[in-house]
Design a protein around this ligand. Structure first.
Ligand SMILES: [Zn+2]
Length: 142
């Protein structure tokens, strides 16, 4: 009977467009730039939606700073998710837009504005039964 070898718990990104460094302040969002038309996408990409070129992408490191493009305040969330919270799309400096939550401020309309400068940070958000940790990104006012 084969026995599964025990492996040391790992720290893993919650989404594929987050690259983890040695420490949380080295984490960054990754993207793909089409080598044919220069269009920038967040995360890995197989096909360019703008020029229809498959497979010619350069991996790029995206900025950790950006501006709130649009936001909403969620009052009714799924079970185990604490509401209210601020859901937003952030336009990253230099290109790329990400869905994220804005934290570090009370989730009130008067506390958020379009174009507000924000900065990414990462933190452990969960752990699985094998002890692996999962890290997610969020944004807070810069
Ligand atoms: Zn393209």
């Amino acid at each position: 009977m084969a026995e599964k070898a025990a492996t040391a718990p790992e720290t893993r990104p919650l989404v594929p467009h987050l690259t983890l460094g040695e420490t949380r302040d080295q984490d960054y969002l990754n993207g793909s730039r089409c080598k044919s038309c220069n269009t920038l996408y967040v995360g890995p990409r197989l096909f360019c939606g703008k020029c229809s070129t498959p497979g010619q992408f350069e991996n790029v490191r995206l900025a950790s700073e950006g501006e709130v493009h649009v936001f909403t305040i969620i009052h009714q969330a799924t079970p185990y998710v604490q509401a209210p919270y601020i859901a937003a799309i952030v336009d990253l400096k230099g290109g790329g837009s990400v869905n994220t939550n804005i934290v570090g401020i009370d989730p009130l309309p008067e506390n958020v504005r379009f174009g507000m400068k924000v900065k990414m940070f990462t933190e452990k958000v969960s752990e699985d039964r094998e002890g692996n940790s999962y890290v997610a990104y969020r944004f807070k006012p810069a």
